[in-house]
Structure formats: C-alpha cells, structure tokens
Design a protein around this ligand. Structure first.
Ligand code: FPP
Length: 243
C-alpha cells in the first residue's frame, strides 16, 4: 500500500527526476519508441503541475544526456524536437502555474533550432517566480565536473585563485547548477521504470539526497505515483553523516 503524504512533515524543496522507461512503455504497446517520449512529455506536464501545487521549489529533469547521442538517428532527431513541443504543448500550464524554465547542460552539438526553443522557453517564463523547472539537456555529470576543474585551473593559472582556497563551496559554484544557489543539491531523486542507477546524473549534487525508485514507467507517472514517492521521502531519516 502506498504511503500517504503527511501534511505535518516537510516536502523536498528540490526534486531531481530521471524520466526513464519511455522506450519500453512504447515497445510494450507495439508503438515506436518516439511515441513513448511524446507520452513522456505529458507525464512531465502532470508532474510540473503537481509540483507547483505543492510549492516544491525546483524540479530538475533529465531530458537528454550526453550519452543519448549514441541512440538511433531518428530517435535523437525526435528528442531534439521536444523543446519545440514543450513550447507548443506545455507553455500554457507553465504560465498558469508560474513556472520558470531554466537549463542545465551544454550547447555543443545541439541543433540551433532546438537550442532556440529552449532559450525561448527560458525567456518566456523569465518573470515567473514559482517552481523552477530545470531542464537537464545535453547534460552529463562527469563532463560538468571536468569543466568545473578546467575553469578552476584556468583561474589558478591566471593568478586569480590560490589552489589551496578551492573547497566544496567554491567547487559547487563552478558547476552548471550553481545558479540555483542554496537549492543546488536535490533533496530527493526519483527514477522511474525500475532501473536502479544514476546514469551520470548530478553525481556531485546528489551526495546527500534520498533516492526513490519506482517501477512505474515514465509515461504512466502521474500525481498518485509522485505523491507516493514524496511520501516515501517523508518517511526517511536524513542524517547527513551524523547520528
Ligand atoms: C529515457 O527513457 C527518456 C529520455 C531519454 C527522454 C525524456 C524526455 C521526456 C520525458 C520529455 C521531456 C522533454 C523536455 C525537452 C522537457 P528511455 O528512452 O531510456 O526508456 P527505455 O529505458 O525504456 O528505453
């Protein structure tokens, strides 16, 4: 039996999601994998509305990883069209629910058109001050960490930084999620579809997060499953290395 949300217990402020299982969901139904991604966008819409309603502050979603380029060309092409569909099909809900779109990821290799739709969503929602929808697009955590090291090494080589002053705080500020400030580290990671791994997602930021894995494939993810994941979080004891 799924646990119910307890209004007395805190909710996570930052939820990170690995929206997994779109391809299998489609294949099980004799559909093309891209149909799974299309339905996955609807599941994301439902989750955004539910998160905004609960006053969660940040939702970071893994929309395209640096490893996803290795998928068949047609699937990659479809995934590159999702930012357009986000503008077309999800924008009214984003505006109605005061959601601000932000981006974590890399510009390299992304078609100009795709990038311009991401920028357009960021721009249109820039004045909203509710839930932050942080889209991890062409994102890979190892690459992010390597880039942070490069940037710190450059500052040191140019004499702007003494290497002994590099600490966890200054390192965090060189990551692509630095713009989130105090909310940079997710309190909760949810991965759908029964897979239990991190897949190069927010490796630094998830150091003290709670992990919840659900068997539900992402296109079937809805408010009830989301609430069950949040209730599971509420029953965890977070110790941050202490007793
Ligand atoms: C992983 O499932 C899912 C993706 C690579 C794409 C996720 C994208 C969305 C849900 C749409 C949101 C998009 C934007 C731009 C906000 P999978 O294909 O690996 O599933 P499988 O493991 O069953 O093959």
């Amino acid at each position: 039996m799924a646990k119910a949300l307890n209004p007395e217990l805190p909710l996570p402020q930052h939820v990170a999601i690995i929206m997994d299982g779109n391809g299998r969901w489609a294949e099980e139904r004799g559909l093309k994998r891209t149909e799974g991604h299309k339905e996955g966008l609807n599941a994301l819409k439902r989750t955004i509305v539910a998160a905004a309603k609960l006053k969660i502050k940040v939702l970071t979603v893994y929309a395209f990883s640096t490893e996803n380029w290795a998928r068949p060309k047609r699937e990659v092409q479809y995934l590159m069209s999702l930012p357009h569909l986000l503008n077309q099909k999800v924008m009214p809900e984003l505006m109605k629910n005061n959601v601000r779109v932000c981006l974590t990821g890399n510009r390299e290799h992304v078609p100009d058109k795709t990038w311009s739709y991401i920028e357009s969503a960021v721009k249109k929602t820039a004045d909203n001050d509710g839930l932050i929808l942080n889209i991890a697009f062409n994102y890979g955590s190892r690459l992010e960490i390597v880039k942070a090291c490069q940037s710190l090494a450059k500052e040191a080589a140019e004499g702007q930084l003494d290497p002994v002053d590099i600490d966890e705080e200054s390192f965090s500020q060189h990551l692509q999620t630095a713009f989130l400030g105090d909310l940079q580290d997710p309190d909760l990671l949810i991965r759908s579809s029964g897979e239990i791994r991190l897949s190069n997602y927010l490796l630094w930021q998830l150091a003290y997060s709670e992990f919840v894995f659900t068997d539900t494939k992402w296109p079937d993810f809805d408010e009830d499953v989301f609430y069950a994941c949040l209730a599971e979080f509420q029953h965890r004891q977070r110790r941050f290395g202490k007793v």
